[in-house]
Write a protein that binds this ligand. Structure first.
Ligand code: ZN
Length: 143
């Protein structure tokens, strides 16, 4: 059973966490260079949650994350860095949104693809955290 956090069983606010969380998934999978912030070590450390947290906190420290509220079309969003975002700001936002996701739902949404010979890290966005495959293999099997 999921602990009752501020999400109250509604499911993660993926829309609120994007586009940062989307970039975080690509960073975890090593598809985007993370500029030595060490984010890949987060996945490598799991299922040791305390070790994963140390690595995630290290990444936040390196990036010097400073969250801000910023008005958007649909209300307010959590923003990291300057409005004219360069890639450093995007990195900081990605790692922050990953940390928010873990704080809200725990580590079980950061998984590795169970498909034969894949093992690619992915972020599970299903309501019940039931996905076992990365986005590529999910697409292949469902469509
Ligand atoms: Zn896969």
């Amino acid at each position: 059973m999921r602990p009752a956090g501020f999400l109250g069983g509604v499911g993660p606010p993926f829309r609120m966490l994007d586009p940062g969380l989307d970039l975080a998934e690509h960073l975890l999978a090593g598809e985007v260079p993370d500029r030595e912030i060490g984010l890949s070590q987060v996945v490598a450390a799991l299922p040791d949650e305390d070790a994963a947290a140390v690595h995630l906190n290290d990444s936040l420290e390196i990036l010097g994350v400073r969250p801000r509220l910023r008005r958007s079309e649909n209300g307010w969003r959590l923003a990291i860095g300057e409005a004219s975002a360069d890639f450093s700001s995007e990195l900081a936002e990605a790692v922050t949104m990953l940390a928010v996701l873990v704080a809200a739902t725990g580590w079980q949404r950061i998984g590795r693809c169970g498909h034969h010979n894949c093992g690619r890290p992915f972020i599970d966005r299903t309501m019940g955290a039931t996905t076992r495959s990365c986005p590529y293999h999910r697409r292949k099997t469902s469509g």
